[in-house]
Each structure stands twice: as C-alpha cells, then as structure tokens.
Write a new protein. Sequence first.
Length: 508
Amino acid sequence: MADSKREIERKYEATVDTRLPDLTRVAGVAAVDHRGVTELDAVYYDTEDHRLAADALTLRRRTGGADAGWHLKFPVASGIRDEIQAPLSDTLPNSLAGLLRSRVRETELVPVVRLLSSRDVHHLLDADGTLLAELSVDEVRAERLTGGSGTAAWTEIEVELADDQDPAFLDAVERRLRKGGVRPSASSSKLARALDETAPKREQRPKRDGKPRTRTAGDHVLAYARDQITAIVALDPAVRRDLPDSVHQMRVATRRLRSAFRTYRKILDRTVTDPIGDELQWLAAELGVDRDQEVLDERLSTRIADLPRTLVLGPVRSRLRIWSTARRSGSRRRTVGVLDGKRYLALLDTLDAFLADPPLLPAADRGPRDALPNAVLKDYARLATRIGHALDLPAGQSRDVAMHEARKAAKRARYAGEAAIPALDRPAEKFAKRMKAVQTVLGDHQDSVVAREALRTVAAQAHAAGESTFTWGLLYGREEAAAAALERELPGVWERASRPRLRSEPTS
C-alpha cells in the first residue's frame, strides 16, 4: 500500500563550517529542538537515458530514518512535490511502477546514483510545542552508478514545512537564514545536483554559425502537438491516483491532439496522423465513459436540489442513485485497466515515433502567418455551415442532432485557434475565445438533450416500480425550457463570433 503526502521545502547552500543563525528570532518559533544525526542511504533509479530526471521525477529506495522505503516524487510547483511512499522491499512495488509506466513503458529502471547523507535534524516549534518545520543540515556524498563513476560531496540545508502549516512561514525562515549569510541552492534536488556534478565531462559542442532559423508553420504545429503529448504522459499518473479533474484534462489533451492532426492536414501527412487519430479517439472514449456519467449525475442531482421540497414526490434521489449505479462501469478500475493495456502503451510509443520523425508535408516550410490562418478558417467555414443548417431546422430531434454536430465543429475550431496563438498572437486568441463562447452554448444545449434522455429513462423505471413520475416530468420540462432558451441565444452568440480576422501585421 502506498501513502501520499505533499512536500513543501526549500534548499540552501552550506559548508561544513556553516553555523545556523538563532532561529528562535523567526516569528512564531518559540524553540528549536535538536533531534540528532541520522544516517541515510538512498539509491536513485531511472532509465539509462534519464527519462524520470528529464521530467523532474525522482524514484529512490532509502534505508535509515523514520521513513525508510521506496519514495516517488512528482513536481507540483517550485519547491512543492507530491511524495508517494511504499514500504521497503527488494524490488519496486507495483503501486509505484504503475505511476511510472507512461514514461518508462517496458524500459528497465536501473540504479543511477547512490547518496549517503548524514542528516542533522532540528525541529522548529511554536509556543505549544507544535512542529512548524523541520530543518536539516545534510552532509551528502554522491556516487554515480551508471554512465560513469564520478563522485561528489557537498553540504546543504533543507527546510521542510510541517503538515497543515502556512507556507508563508518558510519565507520568514528564509529571511533569517539570508541574514545569517545562507543562500538558496542552485539545484532543485539532491538528485539533480548529483547527476550534474558526477556526470562525465563532455566535449564542448561547436557553436552554430549564422542567425537562428526562422520558425515555420510546421514548427508551430509540432510544438502544439508536443505539448499535448507531454500532457497525456504527465497526466497518466494523476489519473491513476484519481486526482481531481485529471481524467477530464487527459481527455482534453487527446482531443486537442486529434483535432490538430485533422486541422493541419496540409502540414502533417494524414496517412500517418489519421491512424493515430483513430487511436486517440478510442482513448478519449474510454476516458469519457465514467466522466460523462459523473457530469450527468451532478447535473440531475443539482436540478433535484433546486426544487422546492413540496415538488419532490416519491423516492426521487434513491431512484437516481439506483439508475446511476447500474450505468457505472467500474470507474477507476476500468480506467487503470485501459492505461495498463497494450493498446494504450502502443499508442504512447507511436506518439514518440511521431515526434522523432514528424511526417511534415511541403506546406510545413511555409511561414506560420501564411499557412496557419488558412487551416483555421477552413475549420471556421465548416462550423458556419453546420450552424446555418441547425438554425434552419425547426425545434425537435433533427435540430438537436444538428446542434450537436455544430458543437463538435465549434470545439475543433476553438482548438485550431488555440494552436495558432503562438504564431498569430491576439487575432487567434480572440478567435479561440469567440469559438469557445459558441461551443459553450452548444455544449449546454447538448447537456440538456442528454439529461432529457436520462430523465425519460428514469421516469419509465419509476413508473414500472409504481412510483410517482411527477418530479421527473417537471425536471424534463425545465430541461426542455433551458434548451429552448439556448436555441434563442445561439444566433446572437454566433453573430458576435462570425467574420473572424486572423491575419495581422508581423511584429518587428
């Protein structure tokens, strides 16, 4: 079983002769409790090409101290990491191996660095004896285990915030340390410093002659695609940990990448990207199974909660819960099964191959201000056709279907505009914002369509069980009215979004 904790800490340069200032002069610190010296022995693991280190992840097996075991750390922000711990064992626990699978795949994890640390620990306590932070002075000896045999040694100070304490406390400690001549460390972690200081010396690379190469349309599209692929890989462990909104964000990244392949097919060879797009569509559908049900449950629960109690007749909430439970597919277990499957891992390998050898077409060499607007405006034209078709239809099922198709086109146009922002600046940003407004109206309308279908089903089940269907009918009517209001709103929103201008003068 793995445990997770949020680690908030700061590191500082020190020497064996560094003397700590009087830390009781830090606001809130009533006492400094010297806890003695602990000997720590940690072996850090990575692939031979250091994939984990490249993403600022650290995996270690440590003995000594109160938290001996396996530790896996994910960066959250500067000085903040999530640490997942597992009990000490000879081999990497499966609970941690799964969190690394999107980056490691089938590649072996090997010992890369061993750190021996003598840790002199001090607890900063308030007047009640509550721990505010732990300060340690670490004398570190590093030994490289692969890719050379270098060694290094240094001393550093580490201040880690105690659980449930205000991060601003670390600012006060830092001010006191700085007055004592202590300066922040240039390295983000012990591992980063060890890898840097024990690395074999490399020959200096020759300097490039001439001016930097002008970025092409292909460069911009590939940069956007790389961002989405990076997001998919990075969100994989967050989905496995069931972190809030992680499934949704991973699904969005897959959709954005697939959309970019379809929008910029004059730049990327579709004989290569179309099969990848099919796999991305599969992944997005798998990720969406329970997410869609979750959104629908929340919508219907909110609608019920908004009703006066006198209008809630029968076991409405229980009926909704029974219906929802029957539709759930095993949720997180199913999702993790997909992420552990060969099809998903093969997709990740394919995405790596795409980046390593991008299938660029001749149009990719054109300037971004020339090539990108044409692709974006083509998506806009498709949206305009679908909006016009939907607005020409009478209210009813045919219009509902047409508006759903327009919604998908609006999302694609929005993503196309977002991908072009680095190249086209403000015009593309404005375009994407307007497409998002259209997408929102159409999305809200589709949510109402889906909700009405669900309400009909639940009402039928309630009727078959001899329960009152009054409340379900009332909710259906309210959803119907909400959809009608959105249909009336759409022409105005579309008018404000129409006739986009995506070309602007190049900046000097």
